[in-house]
Design a protein around this ligand. Structure first.
Ligand code: NOJ
Length: 722
């Protein structure tokens, strides 16, 4: 059950009055102090800065005693006693680490993700965090980008649903001890469209793509009541995001009426100088504040220059007042003026408690995606008496946690070997050989091959380290790192059946595996319970149900490869086009266009049949609901969950439309032989796009609709919007 969530876009009039009263007493220096966020690593005297009202927020402070000590200085020793707001990156858990967000999105289970986010918020709140720098809602279609691990994949519809779930979870109304947390949606905007997948790189996209693909998850998060947003490091079509008044003022404030705080990313204001957009820190400060940045993360710009800029008349004080008012209002909404301190005993029964660990296991199990299972090699059974378990990630704790682990600790993680030992009977012999490091030069081929030869089946646990993902960790080569491919080929050559468990923070490029290895489980970096979840799936305790939220490329040269592409004038597979010859089509000479595994794809140990697609509204008005239904039957021998997906295609528009767009999905649990009638009611108002005039519109005309198991397969129908 999900619970009530706070909305930070609504507050009592009394809060306005209290904020106004404080604002009236503040000096300009104190106002700028509220607009300054410092880190515990700040180079100056933090205590004096707090006492003198020169700081409004701190980041990366996780020791609750230290939080309370500094808060006491703010509240009891500064002139106006304005409490500090403590911000942290609780991206996929605080101490109880869940699967990385990309993996979490593969659950396609917003209720579960809301509850998982609440676990993180609860543990963080119990340790003095008030502000969570999450959810990261950047749509990403380029897996070279290391930060793809932090988001919900390639699709704006799914990304929006997940963004809302996470915001509700982080901003839960019933956190421990009455504490509250405000979400900070990031990185505004289109940071995930970095050219060539290099982090911090230039983004140059059309305004329509920005509005149709990259902005929807932000808007969705604000619609769910998110109280703050973080700018991004990159430049967006010529103007750095941190000084981009088009996105920060026109879209955010004027069009969306966003009332919350705009926080810069880490020192991003100073980086305007490197962008070639400001000559020095003072000009960077001027441009950011005028563009609409309320708070400077790291404080090297606003704290030094903003007072002077106001005194010189370059920045109106009214602008400062607006920013400070927003900050004060959020502090009031968080309850910090009335309850500034965190009860230091709150955390003890909460951190890593059984409920949290159980939820981390549930999410891990549902996030893993079975990519291949030839001849039902999986699940493995007790008939396998000798099992070789090979690879650098078998006994690994560190990398399971993934990038952005907050205060997560390696020792909390159950390894794959631990997990397998737990689920197997004692008499099963496990032949464990690490064989190589993730990246290192050493390789024990003989040990691995001998183990495989002596075993009935070999499980190889391969993939990336956590350091290969996340901020500033992009990769140009996305195969198995180090000597793992060599290891795999040697073990495969023994003829012993091979199962590969892949751990990574991105889709890897694995065409050889897809061709030769009979069973592949994409396990991502699955958090502290990953080892157990993997064992449960491999040995059939649990039926896999995750589906991909990012396409797996066949080759790096295909990138970006995503399902919602345009058709082009010369589509690779269109029949009946006569005006050009077969060769002159939009495709590669040396690879198919299709990805290796498409968006929405994932197998189960049971089978599902889709039948009886009915478009109940073959002609539908723009203000009505499209209603489409299907019958889903579990035709296999195990209970299982299927993620039923609905896609549409607008066949002709005043602007060209993608070949498919996800517009609905549902996770359905069925026992063997059981049937479900799955019915979607989708507001036609959600089937639009931004037209030539950049206004959102839904155009009348013909559409295709599919309901199916992924973005490639499915039953097809048609409808017309009147
Ligand atoms: C920089 C990252 O881009 C951002 O995501 C994070 O929230 C801040 N650092 C603070 O850690």
């Amino acid at each position: 059950m999900t619970s009530k969530a706070l909305r930070f876009d609504q507050w009592e009039p009394e809060i306005d009055e209290r904020a106004t009263a404080i604002l009236a007493q503040m000096t300009l220096e104190e106002k700028v102090g509220q607009m300054t966020q410092l880190s515990k690593y700040w180079r100056g005297d933090l205590v004096s800065a707090i006492r003198e009202g020169r700081v409004g927020s701190l980041l990366s402070l996780t020791d609750v005693y230290e939080v309370n000590r500094l808060q006491r200085i703010a509240v009891e020793e500064s002139r106006l006693g304005i409490p500090l707001m403590i911000g942290n990156d609780v991206i996929h858990g605080y101490r109880t680490i869940f699967p990385i967000p990309l993996a979490e999105s593969c659950t396609w289970d917003p209720d579960l993700l809301e509850r998982a986010a609440r676990v993180g918020a609860n543990e963080a709140a119990a340790n003095g965090t008030h502000w969570n720098f999450a959810p990261m809602v950047d749509i990403c279609r380029d897996p070279r980008w290391g930060r793809i691990a932090e988001g919900a994949g390639e699709d704006p519809f799914l990304g929006s649903v997940v963004a809302q779930a996470r915001v509700r979870g982080f901003q839960s109304a019933d956190l421990v001890g009455g504490r509250r947390v405000v979400a900070c949606v990031k990185h505004y905007a289109a940071y995930g469209a970095a050219e060539s997948g290099k982090d911090y790189n230039t983004v140059d996209i059309s305004e329509r793509t920005l509005r149709d693909v990259y902005l929807p998850p932000f808007k969705a998060a604000f619609d769910a009541g998110a109280g703050s947003v973080m700018t991004a490091f990159h430049e967006l079509s010529g103007v750095p995001a941190t000084a981009n008044s088009f996105i920060l003022r026109q879209v955010l404030r004027d069009e969306w009426n966003f009332t919350g705080i705009v926080l810069s990313d880490y020192d991003a204001i100073a980086e305007l100088i490197f962008h070639g957009f400001a000559t020095d820190h003072k000009e960077a400060t001027l441009k950011s504040v005028l563009a609409g940045v309320d708070m400077d993360m790291m404080g090297y710009a606003y704290s030094v220059h903003l007072v002077d800029l106001v005194r010189e008349g370059q920045v109106p004080e009214s602008l400062i007042d607006e920013a400070v008012r927003r900050i004060l209002i959020i502090k009031f909404q968080l309850g910090l003026f009335d309850a500034p301190y965190t009860d230091e005993t709150l955390a003890q029964d909460l951190i890593l408690c059984e409920d949290h660990r159980a939820m981390a296991l549930d999410v891990a199990q549902k996030s893993m995606v079975l990519l291949k299972n030839e001849d039902n090699l999986l699940p493995l059974s007790a008939a396998h008496k000798r099992i070789a378990v090979i690879g650098p990630l078998v006994q690994n704790q560190h990398d399971l946690l993934g990038c952005w682990r907050c205060v997560g600790e390696d020792q909390d993680a159950e390894t794959v070997l631990d997990g397998i030992r737990t689920v197997l009977p004692e008499e099963t012999a496990l032949l464990y050989v690490p064989a190589c490091e993730i990246e290192g030069p050493e390789l024990d081929i003989t040990g691995a091959v001998n183990a495989a030869l002596a075993a009935d089946v070999a499980i190889l646990v391969l993939g990336e380290s956590m350091e290969m993902n996340g901020e500033a960790h992009s990769r140009a080569h996305m195969g198995l790192p180090g000597r793992q491919q060599e290891l795999l080929e040697a073990v495969w050559a023994t003829g012993t059946p091979v199962v590969v468990v892949l751990m990574s923070g991105r889709p890897l490029v694995i065409p050889w595996l897809a061709e030769h290895i009979p069973a592949i489980l994409q396990a991502w970096h699955g958090g502290i319970r990953a080892g157990r979840a993997i064992a449960d799936i491999l040995f059939g305790v649990v039926n896999p149900s995750g589906k991909l939220t990012t396409s797996f490329p066949r080759a790096e040269g295909q990138i970006p490869v995503y399902y919602a592409h345009k058709n082009t004038g010369r589509p690779a597979d269109a029949a009946g086009i006569v005006q050009f010859t077969e060769a002159y089509r939009s495709r590669y000479l040396d690879e198919p266009n299709a990805p290796l595994y498409p968006f929405g794809y994932g197998l189960s140990y049971t089978t599902f049949e889709y039948s009886d697609l009915v478009v109940e509204t073959p002609q539908v008005g723009g203000d009505k609901n499209l209603v489409v239904s299907v019958t889903l039957t579990n035709t296999g021998e195990r209970a299982g969950d299927e993620i039923v997906q609905l896609y549409v295609q607008d066949l002709m528009g005043s602007v060209t439309r993608p070949v498919k767009e996800l517009k609905g999905f549902r996770r359905v649990s069925l026992t063997p032989g059981q049937r479900a009638y799955v019915r979607f009611e989708i507001p036609v108002s959600q089937l639009g796009f931004h037209g030539l005039d950049m206004e959102y519109r839904v155009e009348p005309g013909d559409f295709n609709v599919w309901i199916g198991p992924n973005s490639v397969e499915g039953l097809k129908g048609t409808f017309k919007i009147l």
